[in-house]
Ligand binder design. Structure first.
Ligand code: FPP
Length: 252
């Protein structure tokens, strides 16, 4: 059991225990609210993203401590290219800096780093850093950290369909071999269970093209906190609420 304190409406502190046997295997997070966090402080948006990287460091550690096996972070969507060039460049730079400064520690802790998304579109420096980090950590056996970068759910599904068509044309598979399970193997998340819990901070309540195929039976959890302020306790609270849900998968 993990103990932590939850503030109730009366500001009374209650000791809440997480059930270690019911920790979500895969938690996915839409890291939202960096821009609003920066705006409130009269800072440029990129400072919000920078503060968001600090949250990543804390939350990845906490996820590992709690026994989560897979964590997926939505860092850059296929639609984020529409943002001002400066902001796009700042996000690319932050990913490179994060990998440069963090991958050694992640590797030491047995973390496997994977990237979901089309990295072929990224600048050489960014792509190289990603490829080196994936290579370095690929044989680890600990927490799997998926960073969704240049990722879009629809894009991922279209890519899967194209690759299936190629495999059919080359005679590698038959049309009748295609099942839901087989289809999943063509997604960026192959070898990764579907997310049990999807968290979106900042008050927004939409999926924004994130893990569209994989979220079929995910539990959703929202909070009003902006991502840079998202704490270890928020993660614990999300898991506590998850543990009190009744997942029926369409059954009774
Ligand atoms: C959404 O907030 C956040 C993003 C589009 C980027 C998230 C990226 C990071 C936290 C850092 C870079 C990633 C790594 C892995 C180092 P928003 O900008 O849409 O905020 P707003 O809705 O308040 O404007």
């Amino acid at each position: 059991m993990f103990n932590f304190f939850k503030a109730t409406k009366n500001n009374e502190e209650l000791n809440i225990e997480l059930d270690e046997k019911n920790i979500p295997q895969h938690v996915a997070i839409i890291m939202d609210g960096n821009g609003r966090w920066a705006k409130k402080r009269n800072m440029p948006r990129s400072m919000g993203h920078k503060a968001g990287v600090e949250t990543i460091r804390r939350i990845v550690k906490e996820a590992d401590r709690l026994g989560i096996k897979f964590i997926t972070l939505y860092a850059f969507s296929t639609e984020n290219w529409k943002r001002p060039k400066d902001e796009v460049n700042a996000l690319m730079k932050l990913l490179v800096q994060y990998l440069k400064s963090e991958v050694g520690e992640l590797h030491k802790n047995g973390v496997v780093l994977r990237v979901l998304g089309d990295i072929s579109q990224l600048q050489e420096e960014c792509r190289k850093e990603i490829e080196d980090s994936i290579e370095l950590t690929k044989n680890n056996t600990g927490l799997v950290l998926n960073v969704a970068f240049n990722y879009g759910g629809r894009d991922e599904i279209v890519r899967a369909v194209k690759n299936i068509v190629i495999d059919i044309e080359n005679g590698n598979i038959n049309k009748d071999d295609i099942t839901k399970e087989r289809f999943s193997e063509y997604l960026y998340t192959k070898n990764c269970p579907d997310p049990d819990l999807i968290i979106r901070p900042s008050g927004e309540q939409r999926i924004s093209n994130f893990l569209l195929w994989q979220c079929a039976y995910s539990e959703f959890w929202y909070s009003n906190v902006n991502w840079p302020d998202f704490s270890e306790r928020d993660l614990q609270q999300a898991i506590y609420d998850y543990q009190n849900r009744d997942r029926r998968y369409g059954g009774v």
